[in-house]
Design a protein around this ligand. Sequence first.
Ligand SMILES: C[S@@+](CC[C@H](N)C(=O)[O-])C[C@H]1O[C@@H](n2cnc3c(N)ncnc32)[C@H](O)[C@@H]1O
Length: 301
Amino acid sequence: MATLTLPVPLTEPELKLLQTLVYQECGMCFDEHRIHFLCDRLQRRLKACNIDSFYSYYRLLTSHEGKKELAALLENLTVNETSFFRNLPQLDLFSKVILENLLHRKQERRDFSLRLWSAGCSTGQEPYTMAIGVCDALAYYYLRNPLPFDMPSPKPLIPPPWKVEIVASDISYSALLQGEQGLYTDSQMEAVDYTCRLRYFEKQGEKYVVKQSLKNLVQFDFHNLKAEFLPQRNDIIFCRNVMIYFDEAEQKRLIEKFYRCLNPDGYLFVGHAESLFGLTTKFKMIHQNNGTAYQRLEVPA
Ligand SMILES: C[S@@+](CC[C@H](N)C(=O)[O-])C[C@H]1O[C@@H](n2cnc3c(N)ncnc32)[C@H](O)[C@@H]1O
């Protein structure tokens, strides 16, 4: 078969069909500001599949054999921009206030488990930042409230009897793979200071790799936020800079799901440009020193 070179015409009805399919599959919404991005990515996928019409491409995507191509298209539509220690005031609120309170409340109940979820984790910088925040908060907590027994040597990142689990999920398989490898370039490490590098990273050639002890706390897994079955029983959920790509109806559905995925009094962190204002009444806003988080309110069913 000859390879296609010229852009294939995309009619209004074809674009509508494909837009609706993408929205139904992953919640991403392409308004007039982002429509060019969608058209560009569709052209690229069409070329990669060597198909000569968008209607045929749509038929492929909706067929059983097209499942792999659908995953490839969704992957190509994601924006994976991320960094370590993104939004410092919010991370201060996370580790110095919220984790501190949570550790205290849990210790009183003799519940020594912490479960966190980075929903839309991209290439791993966010869940590793969360893991570092938890390790530092625990170390600081036990510096001031020593345990009644000697700590094993060398000191573990997570002091017994605590158990920490961080689920890191995304819709992009290539992003998840990079997160699992935990290998970052100098420029990706820009926001990671000297002491943090020493404590949690090792040098591998020109790059930095996350130490195995920190990697062990993070489990990468595929989850489409459009799905009903999502990680449950979380104390804290980070879903930052993901909802901006969804429309209001989808944002409301997702926040409702997050509510159910949180433990009572659990916390939700959203991105700097995102807010729960006008979308739900089931969370209370916590705002301190320019950092914002939302706490689940216990409303009667
Ligand atoms: C801009 S990145 C944000 C990464 C990180 N949370 C941060 O704030 O630095 C958005 C991520 O959301 C993911 N994403 C978009 N739609 C998704 C969906 N329906 N389910 C799961 N992940 C999704 C994308 O693949 C991408 O990695």
